[in-house]
Design a protein around this ligand. Structure first.
Ligand code: NAD
Length: 353
């Protein structure tokens, strides 16, 4: 099988590409615009593999998409390309509307044209897998509630609203045109190659540098954390074994308050890097509470029982094992993150984002 992965230079997309090349016989065409979030240096371990190809293309560019489909003749699309950072969506929503909504529409139309001219066998086997977020469901009030595949949509931020829109488009293309689509909605991911503006890598790198650890509001916002390699395995299972037209929620059964995540990172650093920056007695002392994000969702939690029952997937990492691996990865991969921080990596320059 040849899989066209959009956003394959991003955090989750690169984990998917490394998983497919490293653990299956399939081929990958990585289609990515290389915005500030795209980094080909996350793919050095697979870049020379004969089953890997890269196309620097914007999903809003229909002519370029048509060329890629014609040239590579993929059997499936895994669509991860998106603007993904909630804070950026509050500061500048336009790019989120453009990429997440218009880009998904453009990709759906290019896919539909390509799919329509496939022979009957390839047409029946083709899959369009849209990768989305649990943030489309809004937030949960009760402590026992969980998001299921039938929870109604109630997005809070420009980011989650744009992802919700793209989910609706994908389902409409299945209902209206018969395009064989699948949708997955996943909880917060963490792990290696995570862009340093996101909570977990930001806290690790700030702490190592003796900088403040900014925590929004009271830090009691609860997220369900999933190790990114567990997500990549789940996505591959869905695209190869999932039922057309279905939605699968993916989560880690790891609900943690943000403050708890930050305290866990501090405790791991105390153990792994006992020699601290000058003037820092304990990493925990660097925690600083800052004004909460507008519209900040309080709690997300995923019911992932459908994918477990129907496709036999469950996470391999607990939060404790995954966060330890993540902190160790950042300690061992300064070459990757220092080039992101100084802007010399392969994505669009940070200052232009
Ligand atoms: P990311 O920001 O790390 O990567 C996004 C990638 O898409 C980058 O490589 C970027 O260059 C590329 N891209 C952006 N705009 C593009 C365009 N117009 N054309 C082509 N490529 C473009 O994002 P991520 O964290 O890896 O998330 C991937 C997907 O998974 C997103 O759709 C996101 O909504 C979803 N998701 C993320 C999480 C999470 O915790 N990170 C959780 C659930 C779902």
């Amino acid at each position: 099988m040849k899989i066209l992965v959009t956003g394959g230079a991003g955090f989750i997309g690169s984990a998917v590409v490394r998983h497919v090349i490293g653990h299956t016989q399939d081929s990958v065409v990585n289609l990515d615009k290389l915005t500030y979030a795209g980094n080909l240096e996350s793919l050095l371990s697979v870049a020379d593999d004969a089953r890997y190809a890269f196309e620097q293309v914007d999903i809003c560019d229909r002519a370029a998409l048509d060329r890629v489909f014609a040239e590579h003749q993929p059997d499936a699309v895994m669509h991860l390309a998106a603007e993904s950072h909630v804070d950026r969506s509050i500061d500048g929503p336009a790019a989120f509307i453009e990429t997440n909504i218009v880009g998904t529409y453009t990709l759906l139309e290019a896919t539909r044209q390509y799919w329509n001219q496939l022979d009957d066998v390839r047409k029946a086997e083709f899959r369009f897998h849209h990768i989305s977020t649990d943030e489309v469901y809004g937030d949960l009030e009760g402590t026992d509630d969980l998001f299921t595949e039938t929870t109604s949509y109630s997005p809070s931020s420009p980011y989650s609203a744009s992802k919700a829109s793209s989910d609706h488009l994908v389902r409409a293309w299945q209902r209206t045109y018969g395009l064989p689509t699948l949708v997955t909605n996943c909880s917060n991911n963490y792990g290696p190659y995570h862009f340093p503006e996101k909570l977990i890598p930001l806290m690790i790198l700030n702490a190592l540098d003796g900088k403040a650890l900014p925590v929004y509001g009271n830090g009691m916002q609860i997220r369900d954390w999933l190790y990114v390699e567990d997500h990549a395995r789940a996505l591959y299972k869905v695209v190869t074994e999932g039922e057309v037209g279905e939605t699968y929620n993916i989560g880690g059964h790891n609900e943690k308050a943000n403050i708890e995540v930050v305290q866990t990172i501090c405790a791991l650093l105390e153990e792994l890097v006992p020699t601290k920056p000058e003037g820092v007695a304990h990493y925990q002392d660097l925690i600083t509470y800052v004004t909460d994000r507008p519209g900040h969702d309080v709690r997300y939690a995923i019911d992932a029982s459908k994918i477990a029952a129907e496709l036999g997937w469950k996470p391999e990492e607990t939060f404790e094992s995954g966060i330890r691996k993540t902190v160790e990865w950042y300690l061992n991969n300064e070459a990757w993150w220092s080039r992101v921080l100084d802007g010399s990596y392969s994505g669009e320059r940070l200052g232009q984002a």
